[in-house]
Design a binder for this molecule. Sequence first.
Ligand SMILES: [Zn+2]
Length: 251
Amino acid sequence: MRGSSHLAIGLITGAGIAAVVPDLKLSLPGIALAGFSSLAPDLDHPGSRLSKRLGFAQNFVRWAFAGAAVLLALYAHFNLPAGPNKRVALTAALSMFLIGMAMQNQSARKLALLFTGVGAVLGGLYWEMLWLSLLGAFVATAPFTTHRSWTHTIWAAALWTYIGYLANKDLGWHGVAAYAGAGYMSHLLADTLTKSGIRYFLPLSDKAIKLPLISTGSATGNMLEVAICVGYGLVVALLLWQRFGTTLLPI
Ligand SMILES: [Zn+2]
């Protein structure tokens, strides 16, 4: 499945989880977090599909992401009072930096993610934030694993959700675990629809679980991905309507 479809499914899942989990607030940062989490399993991908698609603009876009991340971090550090807003802004800056670093190919990408990850591990130790260290360890090691192996298991999804749970406690931002976990799982479920499927229970079982509807890259495969996103989006829109009704309308 293409990265753009994963992102779309992750964002829709973010909105959907707010519709079905009783005390969860529908929030834009939450939906963005679910989208970010839906891309995380493919940190094990040797080349970034996103970068291939962007072509010549790649360098510019990568540095724009990294630059904006640094600016946001500086702004938050110097101008925002300590509190939830500052922590959310710093976390957003870190995510943007990660996305920028992931937008490369082959060895440069591995190295950039390794250094970013190690930086986050050290930052987490320094500020005594275990979630940041665990996130850093995930980001640093994932690129060195075989594609669709460790990051595509229920253990990785559980670890990602646990990181969200710890971040939830540290940041005081309710719902991080739900948004992060749902976004991550949406990636695995979406990959289940492809020919190679997912080996959810590695190393306990080598069996790939799949419902092979989509052949990635083919014209029909691409159309099917779009159709799935649209259908899924409609279902979630309906759920949101049921939960929030007219209170969602901007009038
Ligand atoms: Zn994948």
